[in-house]
Structures are given as structure tokens and as C-alpha cells.
Design a protein around this ligand. Structure first.
Ligand SMILES: [Zn+2]
Length: 231
């Protein structure tokens, strides 16, 4: 990949690195995938940490560096390296998010409205009516039951036409999953759930660990924010 500046965002000059190649290893589409933060850029001996990423209207993934790289890196070539530990942590949280959002929708008719996945904990917002401490405890127990059942996890692609007819694959009301080359990626937890998702996941629910909700906040009348942790 080549380090370039993004003229469209002059203020971010030198802070952005773009590559067509990164499409091979990153989620595409307009939605910023927090898991892209797992990547470092290696340029000779220099490692540049990636803070976030997004795709523009030409489907090019732009990588935003955490700190501003030196000007003499411009137009030079480097490679992407995955921060494996971080990637595994994020994959665990991403996987448990599928289990949680399936249970909340199935049993409580609660739709997910926002997510912030982290290494230490994650924050998940739901449109959740009548949420209570009892429901929070119920959720923990139900999620852990699914995790302990050792469901295998796999991913595959379906056509956009098929996706449109599969309302069951949708988990967010606001954000549509990325459609690339007329295809949508599906992540299936065998024997439990399938949903559209471009993220990285573990191979089995047993790899996730133990799930707990350690804090809940009200965000508006119906919106609940859950802080969740894996151990
Ligand atoms: Zn996912």
C-alpha cells in the first residue's frame, strides 16, 4: 500500500493512508468497522497505529493514523499488519453481540440502536421498553447459556436480492449492511442465529468466555445503554 494524502480532507493531510489492497482484509461499505483498528502499518522499521477507518464513495478504505506520520513517508510503500491480540478481543465482543441482539429481539422485541466495541468492555444501546434489573439478570443467564452450548460459527455470502427477502438477517433499524459486488455477508451461529455482518468473529461460542452486564444507563425515554464485559 502507498501512503498518500487525502485532498478532500485537507486538514487530515498526512494522517490518512489509503489502499485498494486493504479491501482484502477489511470490511467494506459505508459503515466504519471498529475491527479495522486492529491493524498497524509497517513501513520499514516504523509502525504506525491505525485509529479508525472508513470507505469513501469510490469504495476505497482510508486508514486514519493515531498520530501524524512524518511528511517523508508520503508516497512510500508499506504493509498492513494485524494486531492479533486486539483482533481476538474484538472478535469475542463482536460474537457476543450477535447472541445478545438475537435474544433481545426474540424475547423482548428490543432493537439494537448503537454499538461501541472495545477490548476491555463494550457499550451497546437498545430501544428497550420496560428494562429492569431482573431483565438484565435474565439476559446474562440466557447469553451465557448460548455461549456454553459450543455453537460453531461460519460466514458466507448471499446475493442482495436474497438479502432483501430475508428480513430475519437484519438486526439494526438504522444501518444497512454493506453490499459489495451485489453480495451481502452473513454470519451464522449454527443452530442459533444468522445475521448480516461484515465483522470478524471467533469460531465457536465457547471461545467467547463468560458474559456479564456491569452497568446500565438510560439514554432517552426508551433507549437503554448496556455496558458488557467478557471474562
Ligand atoms: Zn458480527
Amino acid at each position: 500500500m502507498t501512503i498518500v494524502s487525502n485532498l478532500r480532507q485537507w486538514s487530515l493531510l498526512l494522517r490518512i493512508i489509503a489502499s485498494h489492497l486493504t479491501r482484502l482484509v477489511s470490511t467494506q461499505g459505508a459503515v466504519v468497522n471498529p475491527q479495522i483498528m486492529a491493524f498497524f502499518v509497517l513501513h520499514d522499521q516504523l509502525e504506525v497505529e491505525i485509529e479508525s477507518a472508513y470507505s469513501d464513495e469510490n469504495q476505497i478504505i482510508w486508514h486514519v493514523c493515531k498520530s501524524i506520520p512524518s511528511e517523508n513517508l508520503l508516497h512510500q510503500t508499506g504493509t498492513l499488519k494485524i494486531n492479533k491480540e486486539r483482533r481476538i478481543q474484538l472478535a469475542k465482543y463482536h460474537t457476543v453481540l450477535h447472541v445478545l441482539n438475537t435474544i433481545t429481539l426474540r424475547d423482548y422485541k428490543a432493537w439494537i440502536t448503537g454499538v461501541q466495541i472495545g477490548e476491555e468492555y463494550s457499550r451497546i444501546d437498545f430501544n428497550f421498553e420496560n428494562f429492569s434489573a431482573e431483565i438484565s439478570a435474565e439476559l446474562e443467564a440466557k447469553v451465557n447459556e448460548v455461549l456454553n452450548a459450543n455453537h460453531k460459527i461460519k460466514s458466507y455470502y448471499i446475493s442482495e436480492e436474497e438479502f432483501v427477502n430475508r428480513k430475519d438477517l437484519l438486526r439494526t433499524l438504522d444501518v444497512k449492511p454493506p453490499v459489495i459486488d451485489n453480495k451481502v455477508r452473513v454470519v451464522e451461529i449454527e443452530g442459533f442465529d444468522a445475521q448480516a455482518c461484515g465483522g470478524t468473529h471467533v469460531d465457536s461460542t465457547l471461545d467467547v468466555g463468560r458474559f456479564s452486564i456491569f452497568r446500565t444507563d438510560n439514554k432517552g425515554k426508551k433507549n437503554k445503554r448496556l455496558y458488557v464485559k467478557l471474562q
